[in-house]
Design a protein around this ligand. Structure first.
Ligand code: UN1
Length: 477
């Protein structure tokens, strides 16, 4: 098998490799990917630093052309890349192709943003002086991405970093290097100069830690676990560097008595179980008012009976496997914890056997849960959700907000009054009315508050807050 190498200073390097396994079929090796060392990471940081002066002054048409070409190639190869994504991560082929198209759209959006770089000109409070406010690139950006969106998250961090004139050291999640390698290869062939984008695949404790320890990494954008996020934060404070964190969620999905039942069931099942529940925007707390509770639970149970859990690449599969053994253990541990805490396992939760050996888990639905149980407070990151019964809207809102996280918050209702009140009062970065908590647009801000996120928003034009720094220049004329 050929080794997919790291890209450092424009050269493909590395012979020490790890194997990438398909979670739908653990006998299937997706590929071999280089494992970067401390020295590799240091060389990548040095290359990014050296490339910065010229890239930061490059013309906007050059950047536009490279991002545009990248977008076009990603979209043209959507079936092949979507298949690779589903093979390495385990989400269904439809989800894999959809995510690939989204990555292309993100590159396309930021290709456009290159042409819209703007500043402000103001009069000074003093006579004969002009004030110009401009945005400049930050420098070397460290990008650390998770396994659950193998192509979209790398795209929404790399595209704005390059668009605004930064150089990059990129460390993808060890479990899913395939899509990351592919987009770096595409960007390089699209004409990116040497050293502007460096790819260092490998362990967080080696590659990630070396990035955290380096004074030459001027900003770090991270999506992943709360524990690692805290380490990124403390190391960044030490170096007085800019950092942006996207960590977990414990997103509520509220269902009110007046909801459209079919729509509410569909949105809840999507929120909780699609992409195997492995989305930080997934909902694992379904908060239901008592007038609709029993009908809703029965309908979700019926809907789940029709859901096919199987090989991600098979036609007809609705939910693929869990990503790996460690995550599967975490999911089944929480299923046990929920039962011990006194919640009722109303549906699923059992391991499934399929034609090929993989990490198959029947989506688990708890009922009779309370908001103080661990299954209601801690992020599980799998196809496990709990229904919490409440009296009315006021109690639903209070419980929805009673969490240390604040990423996405959903409600199913036909009441304009409650929808409007919920939009204003949900303590979350994103609110969804009659829509799943997950599945966001690529051209508008993404991010949360409380324990979910730190720093400015990702995506859309709001991304410039992280990837640029503001300069105010005064001229006496
Ligand atoms: C989505 O819900 O469409 O890791 C995106 C995650 C998020 C992305 C969610 N950063 O799940």
């Amino acid at each position: 098998m050929t080794i997919h190498q790291n890209l450092i200073a424009g050269e493909w390097v590395g012979s020490d490799a790890t194997r990438n396994i398909n979670p739908s079929n653990t006998g299937d090796v997706v590929g071999e990917y280089a494992r970067g060392s401390i020295e590799d990471t240091k060389a990548a940081i040095a290359a990014a630093k050296a490339a910065f002066p010229s890239w930061s002054r490059s013309g906007i048409l050059e950047r536009h052309a490279i991002l545009r070409k990248t977008a076009d190639e990603i979209v043209a190869r959507k079936d092949e890349l979507g298949r690779l994504l589903s093979r390495e991560e385990g989400k269904t082929l439809a989800e894999g192709i959809g995510e690939t198209v989204r990555a292309g759209q993100i590159f396309d959006f930021f290709a456009g943003e290159c042409l819209r770089l703007a500043g402000e000109v103001l009069a000074s409070v003093r006579p004969n002086i002009g004030v110009e406010i401009t945005r400049e690139p930050v420098g070397v950006i460290g990008i650390i991405t998770p396994w659950n969106f193998p192509i979209a998250i790398p795209a929404w961090k790399i595209a704005p970093a390059l668009c605004y004139g930064n150089t990059v050291v990129f460390k993808p999640a060890e479990l899913v290097p395939g899509c990351s390698w592919a987009i770096v290869d595409i960007l390089v062939r699209a004409g990116l100069p040497k050293g502007v984008l460096n790819l260092v695949m490998g362990k967080g404790s080696v590659v990630g830690q070396t990035m955290l320890d380096s004074p030459d990494v001027h900003a770090i954008t991270f999506t992943g676990s709360t524990g690692t996020g805290k380490r990124v934060a403390s190391a960044s404070v030490e170096h007085n560097r800019k950092y942006q964190l996207e960590m977990g969620g414990k997103n509520p999905f509220v269902v009110l008595d007046d909801a459209d039942l079919t729509g509410a069931v569909e949105a809840a099942v999507n929120s909780a179980f699609f992409s195997t529940g492995q989305r930080c925007t997934a909902s694992s707390r379904v908060i239901v008012t008592e007038g609709i509770h029993d009908r809703f639970v029965a309908a979700v149970g019926e809907r789940l009976k029709g859901v096919v859990v199987d090989d991600a690449l098979k036609a007809g599969t609705h939910i693929g496997p869990v990503v790996d053994e460690t995550q599967l253990k975490q999911d089944t541990d929480y299923i046990e914890i929920g039962q011990k805490e006194g919640a009722k396992l109303a549906f699923g939760g059992e391991l499934l056997k399929r034609d090929t050996p993989g990490f198959y888990l029947q989506p688990a639905l708890f009922t009779e849960a309370t908001n103080d149980m661990r299954i209601s407070r801690e992020e599980i990151f799998g196809p496990v959700a709990a229904v919490i019964r409440v009296k009315d809207y006021e109690e639903a809102l209070a419980i929805a907000n009673d969490t240390s996280f604040g990423l996405s918050s959903g409600i199913a209702t036909t009441s304009l009054k409650h929808a409007t009140h919920f939009k204003r009062n949900a303590e979350a970065g994103m609110v969804m009315v009659n829509l799943p908590t997950a599945g966001v647009d690529f051209h508008v801000p993404f991010g949360g508050r409380k324990g979910s996120s730190h720093g400015s928003r990702e995506q859309g034009k709001y991304a410039n807050e992280f990837y640029t720094t503001v300069k105010t220049a005064y001229t006496l004329a």
